[in-house]
Write a protein that binds this ligand. Structure first.
Ligand SMILES: [Mg+2]
Ligand SMILES: [Zn+2]
Length: 288
């Protein structure tokens, strides 16, 4: 196993009738509701693999295996759309091979950050009154907590939405699916659109509407959540990665103006370094 499976064209998220958004969710941050300087905070959503860290953590953990590779029978056991299940088998195999938690922790801590990430996190820390940060990732809670704590970045994030994980008494990292959902475009264990729309709805009900939402990602599973973004929001898509390709293609294909639900309404800003995102957000802060 190397990277998460590449998305077939059919996986490109679209709109789905009953699977569409609950009324009111789409417009949480639409331009009609935003007036400059209205004082609302900004939400910054980060993916983890290849967005916060410069590698897939699932690939990194394979380096703890004997010979630093998985046996062919294990690689061959992957079934389409069952990535979480496959990682459970990988973690069971590592436990059987006697790979200790300390070895896994060390390997996860060693994963390098993406270029310019420190500058971006420093900026967000310095403007904590303006920006709330969360993680939405199909990795797992153990990898993400371990890496963020080691990097000293954990306090910056108010919530981490991912697959729960814990070590059982035999020393195996047990992974659970994040949730059930009905989105036909996402893996069985996680639809980030569902996560984001539920989160925004929950915050909205508590009176915590965001002025704008910024979504920073790289992967195919970062496309679905970008379809709940409004036209004041921004999808930061990593250059040369599937999210940028899919979202750009989708934007080019859609009718103008985009439909109220499920079209790409957010602006797309490609990034290669966190520094580019800092420059964008600096302007936002100055203009508010
Ligand atoms: Mg990713
Ligand atoms: Zn989805």
């Amino acid at each position: 196993m190397s990277h998460r499976r590449p998305p077939p064209p059919s996986e490109t998220p679209g709109i789905g009738g009953e699977r569409g958004l609950a009324p009111g969710v789409v417009s949480h941050c639409g331009s009609k509701m935003v007036t400059p300087g209205d004082g609302g905070r900004f939400l910054v959503v980060f993916d983890f693999d290849e967005t916060l860290v410069n590698e897939s953590s699932d690939d990194a953990v394979v380096r703890t295996a004997p010979g630093q590779v998985l046996p062919d029978w294990l690689k061959a056991s992957y079934r389409e759309g069952q990535y979480n299940e496959q990682m459970q088998r990988v973690m069971a195999y590592l436990a059987q091979q006697g790979v200790a938690e300390s070895a896994i922790r060390t390997e996860i801590q060693r994963i390098p950050e993406t270029p310019g990430l420190s500058a971006l996190l420093d900026f967000l820390r310095a403007h904590a009154e303006d920006f709330e940060c969360v993680v939405m990732s199909d990795a797992n809670s153990y990898f993400i907590e371990t890496w963020l704590q080691h990097a000293g970045a954990r306090p910056l994030f108010s919530e981490i939405f991912t697959n729960p994980a814990h070590f059982d008494p035999s020393g195996r990292l047990v992974l659970m699916p994040h949730h059930d959902h009905s989105c036909p475009y996402c893996p069985d264990n996680m639809c980030k659109r569902r996560i984001l729309s539920d989160f925004l709805e929950r915050r909205g009900q508590a009176g915590g509407r965001y002025q704008r939402v910024f979504y920073v990602g790289d992967g195919a599973n970062d496309v679905c959540p970008c379809l709940v973004l409004g036209d004041a929001d921004v999808a930061f898509t990593r250059r040369g990665f599937p999210m940028h390709r899919i979202l750009t293609h989708k934007q080019q294909q859609q009718q103008e103006p985009p439909q109220a639900e499920g079209g790409v309404r957010a602006s797309i800003q490609p990034w290669s370094s966190g520094q580019e995102i800092v420059e964008y957000l600096q302007k936002i802060v100055q203009e508010r």
